[in-house]
Ligand binder design. Structure first.
Ligand SMILES: Nc1nc2c(ncn2[C@@H]2O[C@H](COP(=O)(O)OP(=O)(O)OP(=O)(O)O)[C@@H](O)[C@H]2O)c(=O)[nH]1
Ligand SMILES: [Mg+2]
Length: 316
């Protein structure tokens, strides 16, 4: 027998159905199932993509053992780093996929192709599994929920290569542009650069995440800091007896986690605390659905199923 909500009159209590317990039921189901979140990092060579992944894994997302580390080699192939994080009984399967940087060649045409193929391959796997007669109750989800796109800290504007890659990526996944190596720009330069990038994204019709019309809580406060200007580091430093990740130079220390120094913590908050569920849902409901519809509407001999349906209907 469901329990009537506290503070309701006897008349209301007799009419109480218990729909409000759905929230608790959903919570229990989510606890049991856990969450899967897949992040992809993309951008030109040497912008700190691999370093930022390490930073995320060292920061409270998934703290690993401390220690000074060797410099990272340049990434030459797609590499996945997986971990399971448990907090307050909630299990998160987190996968971050690192990709080799591009833009080093004289001809960078089609440099986005391997990345778009990788994203579509994950949709394809999911679709194949979904279409099986005897399918898994819970299909393993390797679909990319969010793509972090690293913008060089040029301080000018988006380059034509960045525009071209972003225009391809926003069609297939949620893209969050970030300004790399933010410690190389002054605070004024950062703000001006952010404004310029926001205008460039708008002018080129690039739909970066979160979209203009999404209203996930705390959006307004977060949106003024977009695109996030981030700093990554492998090195621990001691500040007033605390160990912090940061980058030390002769004039001082840039703390990775300090929101006054850069937006790394804001980015992490958005990815984990405020927008993770929305990123997962929009991948499934929008990007995957687009892929699925395109795949299924083309029959093997190249004829479009939608046209055939229209033809059939017109004959009726
Ligand atoms: N100033 C500064 N340097 C950084 C930052 N993050 C990384 N670096 C340095 O930039 C260099 C390249 O870093 P990686 O993380 O290997 O860059 P990447 O984007 O993975 O490079 P590829 O794998 O070649 O595409 C290293 O020397 C890092 O120490 C940052 O936030 N600020
Ligand atoms: Mg790398």
């Amino acid at each position: 027998m469901p329990q009537a909500a506290v503070g309701v009159s006897p008349a209301e209590a007799s009419a109480y159905v218990g729909i409000d317990t759905l929230q608790e039921q959903t919570r229990v189901r989510a606890l049991r199932r856990g969450y899967t979140f897949n992040l992809l990092v993309v951008g030109r060579s040497g912008l700190g993509k691999s370093t930022l992944i390490n930073t995320l894994f060292k920061s409270p997302v998934a703290r690993r053992k401390e220690g000074q580390e060797e410099p990272l080699p340049s990434t030459t192939q797609v590499k996945k780093v997986e971990t399971t994080v448990c907090e307050g009984g909630v299990k998160l399967n987190l996968t971050i996929t690192d990709t080799p940087g591009f833009g080093d060649h004289i001809n960078n045409a089609n440099c986005w192709e391997p990345i778009v193929s990788y994203i579509e391959e994950q949709y394809g796997r999911y679709l194949t599994e979904e279409q099986k007669v005897y399918r898994l109750l819970r299909i393993p989800d390797s679909r990319v929920h969010c793509c972090l796109y690293f913008i060089p800290p040029s301080g000018h504007s988006l380059s034509s290569l960045d525009v071209e890659v972003l225009q391809r990526l926003d069609k297939v996944t949620n893209v969050v542009p970030v300004i790399a190596k933010a410690d190389t720009l002054t605070l004024e330069e950062r703000e001006a650069f952010k404004e310029r990038i926001r205008a460039d994204l708008h002018d080129h019709g690039i739909k970066s995440y979160p979209l203009e019309d999404t209203a996930v809580h705390d959006d307004a406060k977060m949106k003024v800091r977009l695109p996030f200007a981030v700093v990554g580091s492998n090195q621990w430093h001691e500040v007033h007896g605390r160990k912090v990740l940061g980058r030390r130079s002769t004039w001082g220390l840039v703390e990775v986690e300090n929101k006054a120094h850069n937006d790394f913590a804001c980015l992490r908050d958005m990815l984990i605390r405020t927008h993770m569920q929305d990123l997962i849902d929009s991948t499934s409901d929008y990007h995957y659905e687009n892929f699925r519809r395109t795949k299924l509407s083309v029959v093997p001999n190249g004829e479009d199923a939608a046209n055939r349906k229209e033809e059939a209907q017109s004959k009726l």
